[in-house]
Design a protein around this ligand. Structure first.
Ligand SMILES: [Zn+2]
Length: 1023
């Protein structure tokens, strides 16, 4: 800090950190307006709760007084960030609406509801004039957001830029245990409405600040409940926030691709509706303020570099300004990669704006604590020259100081450079429209002859929610798909050269496997698409999000970034099992087409008859239909058949006992094609029953199972939600449920599932009480600590023996194997294998299994270091994989390496007969000698049955990061293990993940609908 600043009036603090006070001058732009009185009581309290002078800044170490506008104290009874004060959402909203009533500079907007019905709001704060002209300003911003409206004319854009006020959108507490932002944003709102310092005036006059103080409102209210319980029960242990939103916890910040949660849609609609330039999302974890959008590589490959430059510009300016205030621990860069577009903030990045994210330092509540940091957090590095302190007393107020200071610095920077950022907003929008002419592609085509029109419509509707325009070709058209150009150099993955991604630019799997056979020297291909095909043109402002979702992703195994922060692959066409063709040929844009008005829907049809046939194409809506007509008769064809001139695949429904009008209504709603016939076709069938389903969760973590509940609710498949503790209490599970789904726990070993949490100390309740009215609604318990226990283990085993179907996935499959529920299955520990949330190819092995109904030979699935299964027909051995021939070595002896040895003094002995070839997904056949007193030999009907396996190493990877893939290539992926009368189904992949994997949902739905016929089509080993 310069001596001129000191001269402007300083308080020298004991630590030697300088605080600026007094009048604003050119050399001290941060000072308050001396003509405006300070709220002394409030200011005094703020200073009291700030644990050291360097943990605040001249921007926020005073609060200006107002005669009309109430301070946060009116609602909180204390200042923002005070110890012990954590307001509920209704208190935060109450305060914000009081400010709205008393200030002409503030307007509140209701932006939607959460899954549990709580309101979400956005509050705008700016000058009176700016707020009075919101609509005119929005009309200008809308033109900058869609430069087609001004003929892409830069001069016209310049005058719009001059006249416009940018929108800076701030969102708080999406992550419920990160508790500081609501109070920080309450106080920030007050400052922006009231403060007459030139620094704040400038922000007010040149920027419209839009604030959603609480994104995860359901979780906020639960978090406050827990904190109140903690305050009322001093010295006792309290629960972690087991449920945040109704469905998912931390993953609520990974939903910006599939848009399944209300909070994501509400923020997206607000962001797009306001034509905002920035979305700045507040988080808490890293000390003391980490501006993480500068982050680290790899950057998302579909972003405009203008944006990535803006990240640097804004991030480093932020650090530089807060460094001048003497605030330690403010940094940018760091180790976070900016690859996945699933984060809430990325709504801006994918829609021509600027995404920003702060990690500040919170105490998960409002206690003031001594915080000790690890050396990795306090080391000085090139990007963190002023690191956080190894030990500090830390308060919620400190956190609020950092949050507000960072935001004010950013808003001021934005105000200073508003024309630059508005012009960039226009340029990014324009360059998105020019995409077909620059980097391409020209369009993505969804062919009208896709056998899965329902999931196709689902995927197109997601793009519509993202703001993308969808067109439909009015006639057939032909384009050229260019020859594939091989990559310059190979990856380090152990797969052959074309293992590193799709073999052509199309997602048509048939074409792709043909290409794979031909190798990398593919020829340009001419493709004709039928009329009615959907076209996502890339000459539109939101082309980038479509490109990002539909393209393939490749993460090099030798990328310098060793720790991807999240999923590395997500190609939506693959995961939805829908055909999507990337078309670089710009002639596609000249095709006659019309824009789709309203939501895309699959065309439905029902023809008359007494019996109705529905082809099984793995469209999840088929399961919805089954449950909608629970009492009707649904039979499942065990073989393919033809009727009414149409082909029906295995698993197709034969429906009776439903009126055609009711069926018509359902078909329209679900987008299904239903064929009426006079007579039941002659084909072997079994009933498809609407099983009674339970979803079982642990009290360790409810994160990943939440996506399963969400999918079932969306499909309107009823289920009972039970915990492992319920399974421990219920000895007769099979009398209540036919199917128990045990989705991934996401953390914790099989042992933790059984033993639960340590039983030291007090019981930890999760229940609705007067003190905690918002928790215990989704599920409750007097004590979250006990796990499944040995009783629960025995009950699960009895459940499957008595005929139940237990579905286990990833870590719960691991648990089932580890605890002996699945004789014949072992898990091989991975050595170098790395699958970081990637899309992999699987192969159908047993198409007669009901689990496979509706599927083709290849299915792309989501996997993240799933277990490597090994099968055996003998309990307790791993006889699955035959030893590779090159590892068979002979003993030292006579002759050459390939000669047999010869013992002296006896005739030549016959060698062992050659073992039959055993594939990596198979168990070795049982030999006669093993059958003698074969107590461990599993009877043929009880042996594990592999339905899907992982693809071959050379084409295993579809998208994302896969390293050492040969360890899991060809290994079993979906295994049906019969256990006496029931089954345990093991998934190595996760078929239900983040609303992004509709293509694999039916693997689970088939298990539900065919729960009592899973042995259908089974071929038994001869011995
Ligand atoms: Zn967070």
């Amino acid at each position: 800090m310069s001596s001129r600043v000191r001269a402007a009036g300083v308080i020298l603090c004991v630590t030697g950190i300088v605080h600026v006070a007094g009048a604003q001058s050119p050399s001290n732009p941060y000072a308050r307006n001396p003509k405006q009185p300070v709220d002394e009581t409030y200011t005094q309290k703020m200073r009291e709760y700030t644990t050291a002078p360097h943990f605040t800044s001249p921007l926020v170490d005073y609060l200006p007084a107002s005669r009309t506008v109430p301070t946060p104290m009116t609602v909180l009874g204390d200042v923002a960030g005070a110890p012990g004060k954590l307001p509920y959402s209704h208190e935060v909203y109450d305060y914000i609406r009081r400010v709205e009533k008393t200030s002409p500079r503030v307007k509140v907007f209701s932006i939607g509801r959460t899954e549990e019905g709580r309101e979400m709001i956005a509050v705008a704060v700016s000058s009176e004039i700016n707020l009075a002209k919101l609509d005119e300003n929005r009309a200008r911003l809308a033109k900058l957001a869609d430069p087609r409206t001004i003929g892409m004319k830069d001069e016209q854009a310049d005058s719009l830029v001059d006249a416009s006020v940018p929108i800076y959108y701030i969102t708080g507490t999406i992550h419920s245990p990160e508790t500081g932002s609501p109070t920080a944003l309450m106080e920030l709102l007050y400052r922006l409405a009231v403060d007459e310092s030139p620094y704040i005036q400038k922000i007010r006059n040149r920027v419209i600040t839009l604030i959603t103080p609480i994104v995860e409102v359901d979780g906020r209210d639960r978090q406050v409940d827990i904190y109140r319980w903690h305050l009322a029960n001093p010295g006792r242990h309290w629960p972690s926030t087991l449920y945040w939103g109704k469905y998912v916890a931390h993953d609520n910040n990974r939903d910006a691709m599939a848009l399944t949660l209300n909070l994501t849609r509400n923020v997206l609609n607000t962001y797009l509706g306001w034509k905002a330039q920035v979305l700045h999302d507040l988080h808490e974890s890293v000390p003391y303020l980490y501006d993480n959008t500068v982050g680290d590589g790899p950057y998302n490959a579909w972003l405009d570099p203008i944006l990535t430059d803006e990240w640097q510009m804004i991030g480093w300016h932020n650090v530089s300004e807060m460094t001048k205030f003497g605030m330690p621990g403010v940094f940018t860069h760091g180790t976070f990669d900016t690859w996945t577009p699933g984060y809430l903030m990325f709504i801006a990045a994918t829609h021509n704006g600027i995404s920003r994210l702060y990690e500040t330092f919170g105490n998960a509540g409002a206690d003031t604590l001594e915080r000790r940091l690890s050396p990795s957090e306090t080391e000085r590095t090139w990007y963190r020259q002023n690191p956080p302190l190894p030990i500090a007393r830390w308060s919620q107020r400190n956190n609020n100081n950092y949050q507000q200071t960072g935001l004010l610095v950013s808003l001021n920077h934005f105000a200073d450079n508003k024309n630059l950022f508005l012009k960039n907003f226009y340029l990014k929008s324009k360059r998105s429209i020019l995409k077909p002419k620059t980097e391409g592609p020209a369009a993505y085509v969804f062919p009208a002859d896709d056998p899965r029109l329902g999931p196709q419509a689902d995927l197109l509707r997601i793009l519509q929610l993202q703001g993308c325009e969808i067109s439909r070709a009015t006639s057939a058209f032909t384009v050229t798909i260019p020859a594939r150009r091989p990559a310059d150099r190979r990856s380090t993955t152990d797969a052959p050269a074309n293992g590193g991604g799709p073999t052509t630019e199309t997602q048509d799997k048939d074409a792709q496997s043909k290409e794979a056979e031909k190798g990398k020297h593919s020829e340009p291909e001419t493709r004709t698409f039928p009329a009615g095909s959907y076209v996502v043109r890339m000459d539109q402002p939101y082309s980038r999000i479509a490109d990002m979702l539909l393209d393939y992703q490749y993460w090099a195994p030798d990328d310098p970034q060793r720790n991807p922060y999240d999923d590395t692959g997500w190609t939506f066409g693959e995961l939805f099992n829908v055909k999507v063709v990337r078309v670089p040929d710009s002639r596609v844009l000249d095709t006659p087409m019309e824009p789709v008005k309203g939501a895309v829907a699959a065309v439905s049809s029902v023809t008359n008859g007494g019996v109705f046939l529905i082809n099984h194409n793995a469209d999840p809506s088929l399961a919805t239909l089954r449950y909608r007509f629970r009492d009707a008769s649904f039979d499942v064809a065990e073989e393919a058949f033809e009727a009414a001139g149409q082909k029906f695949s295995r698993g197709s429904f034969i429906v009776r006992g439903v009126s055609s009008s009711e069926l018509q209504a359902a078909a329209n709603e679900l987008g299904l094609k239903i064929t009426g016939v006079a007579d039941v076709p002659s084909v072997k069938t079994h009933p498809a029953r609407a099983a009674r389903v339970a979803v079982m969760h642990t009290w360790l973590n409810t994160q990943d199972e939440g996506w399963w509940r969400l999918a079932l609710d969306q499909l309107r498949i009823p289920f009972t939600y039970i915990s492992t503790q319920d399974a421990a209490k219920e000895a007769d599970l099979v009398s209540k449920y036919e199917v128990i789904l045990f989705p991934p726990v996401g953390r914790g070993s099989g042992q933790a599932i059984v033993s639960g949490m340590p039983m030291y100390g007090n019981p930890i309740p999760w229940k609705t009480t007067e003190l905690t009215p918002n928790i215990g609604k989704i599920d409750d318990t007097d004590d979250i600590r006990p796990g499944l226990g040995w009783d629960g283990m025995a009950h699960l085993q009895k459940f499957v023996r008595d005929g139940g179907v237990l579905i286990t996935v990833d870590d719960t499959a691991n648990f089932a194997v580890q605890f002996g529920l699945t004789p014949g299955v072992a898990i091989t520990p991975a050595q170098r294998l790395k699958i970081t949330g990637a899309v992999l190819r699987s192969k159908l092995i047993d198409d007669a299994s009901p689990l496979a109904y509706g599927y083709d030979e290849n299915l792309s699935i989501y996997s993240s270091d799933g277990p490597i299964f090994t099968l055996s027909n003998i309990v307790g051995t791993r006889s699955g994989r035959a030893q590779p021939t090159d590892e068979r070595r002979r003993a030292t002896g006579r002759g050459t390496a390939d000669d047999p040895d010869q013992a002296q003094g006896r005739p030549t002995a016959d060698p062992l007969p050659e073992d039959p070839r055993v594939e990596p997904w198979q168990a070795a056949p049982v030999r006669d000698d093993q059958l003698r007193n074969g107590v461990n030999v599993i009877p043929p009907a009880q042996r594990p049955r592999v339905v899907f396996r992982y693809g071959d190493a050379k084409d295993l990877l579809v998208s994302g990061l896969l390293d050492a893939g040969s360890e899991i290539a060809q290994r079993p992926m979906v295994v049906d293990v019969p256990v006496e009368k029931g089954h345990v189904v093991l998934f190595s992949n996760n078929p239900i993940w983040r609303g992004e994997t509709q293509g694999s949902y039916f693997l689970v739905l088939n298990a539900i609908l065919n729960h009592d016929s899973l042995n259908t089509g089974r071929k038994l080993d001869p011995k």
